[in-house]
Design a binder for this molecule. Structure first.
Ligand code: ADP
Ligand code: ZN
Length: 745
């Protein structure tokens, strides 16, 4: 709690005896009910208001709710009720945000307080706005008694009358801030508050796009959905480079014209400045951005501007959905198939699905865009629940790249190498033609496994069921699950044999090493989240690639999303089989198809001769065949049939329960006990408990249950009744509920 908030508590309690109202408050902690508090005389707090309340020995931020939630237990005597300490100076959550929070809490079985907490993910929005101070010239002041060259320069810069931060003025005048302070003391400069910059207003008419007839039809469909002014979901299904972005910008423009706010959601790593530039070209100014790289004060400013309605268009990652929109009228979910929209931390939610819920609550259209829509969205489009708008061709007229399978059984790489001679030849040819190559491998680091040649020992994480991954640039072994890391040992930790440790298998760093050996002249870029420090650096690298300053790009899934690389002619997938190995995951085939299609689809977007190569040990696998033949329909038919017959999503519902504890036996016993207590139900199947594939994470042993039910069954109601009847969990045991799980590890 900040001192500012604490000082509110020090104020004398409101006048005792005066008539005071009782209001329900949701506290931002893991509790699923409201608590009643008294509202002191003279303070108004409509539902949605942020208040500071005493809770146990502490003070906490709470939100005044529009009615009681949960089972507040026996009514507390009015004279025992505690009093709200004060109201925070932040715009209240709009009524729809309260409804939305309740909906998510019910659907995900998360405590309402934790959902509300996600809606406040900008601490500084709840603190008094601190004006920033700068300096400006005092006109007509007599020249300072002592005039130095530095002072002269500073006064010359300040002569334009602008307000600048001291450091900015010092920078421009190439002097120290001490010089600026001296001029303030001399009365030639004065300190004034810097006015808050207002968000620029996007202009729907700034630049009209000239559409192809197909694009125009698609844009018209989206604009009509906006004009209808009610809830609808449209699947905008168009091949990579077909102009989906340009098309949905029309719906954004129309929404602006109707004085509503619009939200464009993208997977975090697709929030490139390429996208921001395209937005600016269309609307004349940058959108308001919301992502993890914003600073605290920026988050606060964005939060408030969304609540006041000053921000008209927000472009953001999944958490942007929880901003307090005053008058939201459209949500676009771009790359809607992306599993990054699923949050697997605290509140387990699928942001794409929750965007649809938000549209329904707010009675406005939602657009889901993708070149490889999820099976869920395909099925919804086929059954007519969603509208289906298709863009079948690339805007540039270029054909989709031809994709070739490289059968690693027939043309294997040289020993200790990872690129087949066929792929090496293709890279050489591309280089010779002055074009770009992208090599994709969804594996960070140098090698996924380090093995002792002498005793066979494999180096594992001491706290997880996972091998340590070698990161050679850093000279360390890392665990990708818990962050544990050690320097690369010189001898085997088991048998002590020096120099016997060998790296097994490739990561992107190792592929980069091979490429450097083979093509020492080529300009290389290695994109991997652990090597690129932040979103700004990533944006710079993407710009460099776009500009053609790179010959060979090697990357993890960071490169797979949303980018448009005009010089890219050849794409090589180093390990096409990697994603298919996940046995228990019903979406493994779908994800592999999407990823391979998206990555190979980066090739040749601007010219005709793009080519994709997939290295695989199983070219006859149906997913591989569909990729190579470019036969999406065949893939869909097969995948939908599998899902239907197995009652898998979207034909059935899944929920995972994960029990974890320090001791394996405890976790197992509790998991068994939970299963024993499951209420009987005809059509609900409970699978497990089984030890999780990732059996131990951070020293916690994990057991999984999977609840499976037909679509029409209310799984949440079943789970709620089940969990409510369970005795409280003791000690270090934890139970996680994941409705619609995307991870089965
Ligand atoms: P998608 O989102 O379907 O992959 P984009 O919207 O990114 O496709 O379009 C691909 C490229 O084609 C972009 O560079 C975009 O600016 C260009 N483009 C698409 N449609 C048009 C159009 N009607 N006029 C001008 N450029 C267009
Ligand atoms: Zn670990």
């Amino acid at each position: 709690m900040t001192s500012q908030l604490d000082s509110l508590l020090d104020k004398p309690a409101a006048d005792e005896g005066a008539a005071r109202r009782r209001v329900p408050v949701v506290l931002t902690v893991a509790l699923d009910q409201t608590y009643d508090y008294l509202l002191p005389e003279g303070i108004e707090a409509e539902p949605g208001s942020f208040v500071l309340v005493p809770f146990g020995p502490q003070s906490r931020i709470g939100v005044v709710w529009d009615g009681p939630v949960g089972e507040p237990g026996k009514a507390i005597e009015p004279n025992k009720l505690k009093t709200i300490a004060g109201r925070l100076d932040a715009p209240p959550l709009p009524p729809l945000s309260l409804k939305f929070a309740e909906w998510i809490a019910r659907y995900t079985l998360s405590p309402l307080g934790m959902v509300v907490r996600m809606m406040m993910s900008a601490r500084t929005a709840f603190e008094p706005v601190k004006p920033r101070f700068g300096v400006t010239l005092v006109e007509d002041a007599p020249s300072p008694a002592r005039m130095t060259p530095a002072r002269k320069r500073a006064l010359e810069v300040a002569a334009d009358g602008a307000i600048r931060a001291k450091s900015a003025l010092a920078g421009e005048a190439q002097c120290s801030t001490g010089v600026i302070d001296g001029l303030v003391a001399a009365g030639n400069l004065v300190e004034v508050a810097i006015p808050e910059k207002r968000a620029a207003l996007p202009d729907p008419k700034h630049h009209a796009t000239e559409f192809t007839p197909e694009q125009a039809r698609a844009a018209h469909a989206l604009v009509s959905a906006v004009d209808a002014g009610n809830f609808s979901v449209t699947l905008l299904d168009g091949v990579t480079g077909s102009g989906k972005t340009e098309v949905y910008f029309e719906a954004v423009a129309r929404t602006l014209g109707r004085d509503k706010q619009a939200l464009i959601m993208l997977p975090e790593i697709a929030l490139t400045d390429q996208f921001m530039r395209r937005f600016e070209a269309r609307f004349g100014c940058a959108p308001v951005e919301w992502h993890s790289a914003l600073s605290g004060p920026e988050r606060g400013r964005v939060w408030r501007s969304v609540a006041t309605g000053e921000a008209r268009v927000v472009v953001g990652a999944r958490s942007a959905l929880f901003l307090p929109f005053k008058e939201l009228g459209l949500i676009i979910v771009d790359e809607e198939h992306d599993s990054g929209f699923k949050q697997d931390d605290r509140v387990h939610y699928q942001a794409r699905d929750m965007a649809v819920v938000r549209g329904n609550l707010g009675a406005f259209p939602v657009v889901l865009a993708s070149a490889t829509p999820s099976i869920e969205s395909h099925v919804n489009a086929r059954t007519g629940r969603y509208r289906h708008v298709v863009l079948p061709a690339r805007y540039s007229g270029a054909a989709l790249p031809e994709v070739t399978a490289i059968d690693l059984r027939k043309s294997p790489p040289d020993k200790g190498k990872w690129l087949s001679p066929v792929l090496v030849a293709a890279i050489a040819e591309t280089l010779a033609a002055g074009q770009q190559t992208l090599l994709f491998l969804n594996r960070r680091g140098y090698a996924p496994l380090t093995l002792c040649r002498s005793c066979g020992h494999r180096i594992e994480c001491p706290q997880c069921t996972a091998w340590l991954v070698e990161h050679r640039f850093r000279g360390r072994l890392h665990c990708h699950h818990c962050g544990f890391s050690i320097p690369l040992p010189e001898k085997c930790p088991k048998c002590g044999e020096p120099g016997a440790l060998v790296a097994c298998g490739p990561g992107v760093e190792r592929v980069a090493e091979e490429v450097t050996e083979r093509f020492p002249e080529a300009r290389l870029a290695l994109l991997s989240s652990d090597l690129v420090p932040g979103i700004t650096e990533m944006r710079e690298m993407i710009r460099e690639i776009e500009a053609g300053g790179i010959d060979i790009v090697i990357g993890t899934q960071m490169v797979a999303k949303g980018h448009h690389f005009p010089h890219l002619a050849t794409v090589g997938i180093v390990d096409g089989d990697l994603g298919l190995a996940q046995g228990a995951d019903p979406r493994a085939g779908e994800r592999t198809f999407q990823l391979l299609h998206q990555v190979t689809g980066r090739a040749g977007r601007a010219f005709a001769e793009g080519h994709g190569y997939v290295q695989t040990h199983m070219p006859e696998h149906p997913v591989m065949e569909a990729i190579i033949r470019g036969d999406r329909e065949a893939f869909l038919e097969r995948e939908i049939a599998i899902r239907r017959s197995g009652l898998l999503p979207p034909f059935g519902r899944l929920a995972a329960l994960i029990v974890s504890a320090r001791h394996k036996e405890t976790a197992q016993l509790v998991a068994r006990d939970i299963v024993r207590r499951a209420p009987p139900a005809d059509r609900i199947e409970i699978l497990g408990p089984a030890e999780a594939p990732l059996a131990v994470i951070r020293g916690r042993h994990r057991w999984r249950l999977l609840v499976k039910a037909p679509r029409e069954i209310d799984v949440q109601a079943y789970l709620r009744a089940w969990l409510a009847a369970m005795p409280p969990l003791k000690g270090d045991i934890r139970l996680t509920v994941d409705v619609d799980p995307y991870s089965f590890l």
